[in-house]
Each structure stands twice: as structure tokens, then as C-alpha cells.
Design a protein around this ligand. Structure first.
Ligand code: C2O
Length: 475
């Protein structure tokens, strides 16, 4: 079923107001004059390509300052905007990406209005190519500075979570759930983190720390540029690399009613509508480690049809092998476990051209006391430790944390994340090992909990209920 049929006409028209520059007539294809506006939609740029005095940077500073000065009864007030996140953000489920996309779109419009800069487009922080928080976010008295950060201007995000090979590997899955987090039935139900959320997303939050380490993180202006990078990678995955979003009616049909527009008026936007934003509202300077031009979707009509169609998403496990149960490990101490998987099974996954994947499922991970560490995953490297370089071909990926137990304790009712679940697609690592002829008859997995640089994670531990390697049909 095409997504558009899953929404009533009323909902659809309501959702259309999300676009601002558009009206219902043009949605229904009747507005030729609007094509120009869409073709000229603003480009969200890599902040590293902007000079410190670029009008976009100045406008962002002016807008943040203006929002900070707004009275507390104005929903566009800086703290009120962050509270929307605290009270409504979906994490660890499949609404993570569309919710934050809508959040950013309205924020961008508020910035445009309050700065008075009509061409404003929110820039993004490309941590793959610029692993330090960009210089425009530093300096006392600068509205873009947040003094609660645990890190300084010269600290670098670790390539285990933002390096080009890791991002490439995250982009290489064709499965929406593995990329974008698993299905849920309610907005704040935690299920399993997909890799975009668990790896660059969570780790940047935990590593930057301070406001960024918790659900009031939008108080730090870098939050918005961090999420914009994630949105750009979603576009890279979904549009440039031709991986369809889910067309599940539950996913498409969820209404987000907590945002406000540039005038402070409440809006109602569905997850389904957000899939069209990159076709109508903005475009990106390319942000993927390698950029794939999708010529087929250069035509707006083809792009729109493709986005509206989506695809059913499969994640059917045909085999699950338990590696280990009830794991507890101090930070720095690796956990090794092995599974017997027929060499033949692995070769058939590698030969399946993306139809099947070998997925590591990490279930029931205890919420850490503080987000001071993350976990690296190695395949067939039982002697891996914190010093093992991630350029090692056995490195499969990493996952990190966003909330800590203090925050969990204070969370609003209805937000249930008793424990975390993660997935790591081990297929790219298995492929590397197979190509170099170093894959034998069994697969073992080593988890290495590593403290963030300059953080000691003292007394903390990694605790997991169940570790499982599964073969799944993903397409
Ligand atoms: Cu809902 Cu990165 O946050």
C-alpha cells in the first residue's frame, strides 16, 4: 500500500502545512509556479565550508540569541524548544529519524524568522571529516557556546564511531530497521537501536557530555548541527543510495503534535510526511564518506514517487545462535564469545547480494550509571583489547549510550527504556575477513568496553543479558 493511501485526506492536508512554501493545491500537483521554489529549496551546508563571518553563521547566532531572550511563555523560547525533546523524543525505535527531522525543520524555520535571514538553512557538523566541535561553537559570550561540555575545542571524536570506514559500513545495510532503529508501537517505546543511532548519534552525545549527554541536549546549539548530519546521512542512505524507507502504516501514520512553527503555532506532522522533506524543503551538500549520485532520482517527480512508495521491510531470522548470557565486564576488560556457524552459512550470506545479513544482537544492556564509555565489537579477534586499532580488519563497529541511569530515573511516565538493545551488522567485517582468506568454521565475537578519552568510567561496568548472532533475511 502506498503511504499516501494510509492517511486520510484530512490528515494529508493537515500534514501538508508542514511545508510552508507549499499549499494543498501544489501537493495535488496543480501548482506549476511552485516548482521553481522547490528547485531553489535551500541547501544545508557543511559548517566547515562556511567562513566564521558567513551570513548563515551570523543568522544562527542571532536566532539562538533571540530564542534565548524570548519570554518563557513563548513556545519558541530556547529552553522550551529543548523541553520538547525532553518530553517527547523517540529513541531506540524507528521514529528516531523522522521525529528529529521534523524537529529540525521547524527549528530551522524559527531561526529563519527570528534572524530575519530569508536564505537561512541549518548547517551540519560533519564529524567524519571534522571530528572536533567546529570553532564557531566556542568562545565565552558566543550564543553557540555551551559551557557544560566535557570536552574542549581540540578534542576529537573517535573514528570508532565517526570515521569514514564505520560510516560507510553503517550506510551499507539495505535494511531500514538496521539502519534507522527497530519498530515500536508507541512513540517512546524503546526496542533496539539501529546503527546510525547507536554509533555516531549516541557516542557524540555521550562524549560531548554536559547538556549534550542528556535529554535536554538541544540546549547546546551543537545538538542541531549534529542531528542535521544524521539527517544528511539518512538522505544519503535513502535517496542517493536507493534504500527505501519502510512503508509500514503504523510508522507512516504517527502524528507528532508537539512542535511549533516559526510563529509559535502548534503543528501536526506525520512521520510519513517527513520522508518528503528532502524533496521539497531543503537539500544537502553531500556528507557521506563517498557520495553516490542517484541519477534516476534527480527528477523531482521520480524522487517524490520513490519516497511515497517506500517498501516493506523484512527482518526474518532464519538462524539464531546464542553466544553468551549474563555478561558483566569492567571497562577495559574484553568479553570473548564464540558461536558455531557453518562456514557454508557465512558464504551464502556473503553471496546473497544483500538479501541476508549476519547480525549481532546485543540484548538487555544495562543503562550505564554515566555515559563515559562505549563498546567496540571485533569479529574473530579473541585477543582484541582497548589498544587494538580499529583499522584492524576484524573491527565490526561500536555502540554507545545516550541516557544514563540518573536520567532514566527522572524520565516522564510512558517513556520505558528499562534496558537497551543494539544490533551490529557483522556482514561487512565477515566479507573483509573472507576476502583475505581468514575466515574459518566458527565465528567469535569480542566486545571491548572502552572509556571515552579523558574519562575514566571508574567503577562502571558493561552488563548484558544476551548476545546472539543471527542470520536474517533483510530484503
Ligand atoms: Cu533525541 Cu540526539 O537526540
Amino acid at each position: 500500500m502506498a503511504w499516501i493511501d494510509s492517511l486520510s485526506r484530512r490528515d494529508f492536508l493537515k500534514g501538508a502545512s508542514a511545508f510552508g512554501v507549499m499549499n494543498a493545491a501544489m501537493w495535488l500537483g496543480g501548482c506549476e509556479g511552485c516548482q521553481q521554489q522547490i528547485a531553489n529549496r535551500p541547501t544545508r551546508r557543511n559548517i566547515a565550508n562556511l567562513a566564521a563571518n558567513d551570513p548563515v553563521i551570523q543568522a544562527y547566532k542571532d536566532a539562538v540569541h533571540a530564542m534565548q531572550m524570548l519570554p518563557t511563555n513563548d513556545p519558541r523560547n530556547w529552553t522550551n524548544q529543548a523541553s520538547i525533546h525532553q518530553n517527547h523524543c523517540p529513541h531506540q525505535n524507528w521514529w528516531f529519524l523522522p521525529w528529529h527531522r521534523a524537529y529540525l525543520l521547524y527549528f530551522e524555520r524559527i531561526c529563519r524568522k527570528l534572524s530575519g535571514y530569508k536564505d537561512f538553512a541549518l548547517p551540519y557538523w560533519n564529524w567524519t571529516t571534522s571530528p572536533a566541535i567546529p570553532s564557531v561553537f566556542w568562545g565565552d559570550g558566543n550564543p553557540l557556546f555551551d559551557s557544560t561540555r566535557f570536552i574542549g575545542p581540540s578534542d576529537l571524536a573517535d573514528p570508532s564511531w565517526v570515521g569514514a570506514p564505520v560510516i560507510e559500513s553503517i550506510l551499507s545495510t539495505n535494511n531500514f530497521y538496521v539502519f534507522a532503529s527497530y519498530p515500536a508501537t508507541t512513540q517512546r517505546q524503546g526496542t533496539t537501536y539501529g546503527q546510525l543511532e547507536s554509533t555516531p548519534h549516541n557516542n557524540i552525545h555521550g562524549w560531548v557530555g554536559g547538556d549534550m549527554g542528556a535529554f535536554m541536549s538541544p540546549l547546546d546549539p551543537v545538538f542541531w548541527c549534529h542531528h542535521n548530519m544524521l539527517d544528511c546521512l539518512w538522505v544519503e542512505w535513502n535517496i542517493n543510495r536507493n534504500n527505501p524507507n519502510t512503508n509500514d502504516a503504523t510508522w507512516l501514520g504517527l502524528h507528532f503534535t508537539e512542535f511549533c512553527d516559526e510563529n509559535g503555532q502548534p503543528v501536526d506532522v506525520t512521520a510519513g510526511i517527513t520522508t518528503l522533506f528532502p524533496a521539497f524543503n531543503y537539500q544537502f551538500e553531500p556528507c557521506g564518506p563517498t557520495h553516490t549520485q542517484n541519477l534516476k532520482l534527480q527528477q523531482r517527480a521520480a524522487l517524490e514517487a520513490y519516497l511515497k512508495q517506500g517498501a516493506p521491510v523484512r527482518l526474518d531470522f532464519t538462524q539464531r545462535v546464542e553466544l553468551k548470557r549474563t555478561i558483566t565486564a569492567p571497562i577495559g576488560r574484553p568479553v570473548v564469545s564464540a558461536a558455531k556457524i557453518e562456514a557454508q552459512t557465512i558464504s551464502s550470506v556473503l553471496a546473497s547480494e544483500g538479501k541476508t545479513s549476519a547480525l549481532l544482537t546485543v540484548d538487555g544492556v544495562e543503562v550505564p550509571e554515566k555515559t563515559e564509555f562505549y563498546v567496540r565489537v571485533f569479529i574473530n579477534k579473541p585477543d582484541a583489547g582497548p589498544e587494538t586499532p580499529i583499522s584492524d580488519p576484524h573491527y565490526a563497529g561500536s555502540f554507545g549510550f545516550f541516557q544514563d541511569s540518573h536520567e532514566m530515573a527522572g524520565m516522564a511516565a510512558g517513556a520505558t527504556h528499562p534496558k537497551f538493545g543494539f544490533v551490529v551488522d557483522t556482514t561487512p567485517a565477515l566479507r573483509r575477513l573472507s576476502q583475505s582468506g581468514s575466515l574459518a568454521g566458527s565465528v567469535d565475537v569480542t566486545l571491548v568496553p572502552v572509556a571515552y578519552e579523558k574519562r575514566r568510567a571508574e567503577g562502571q561496568r558493561l552488563s548484558i543479558d544476551k548476545l546472539e548472532l543471527g542470520i536474517a533475511n533483510v530484503k
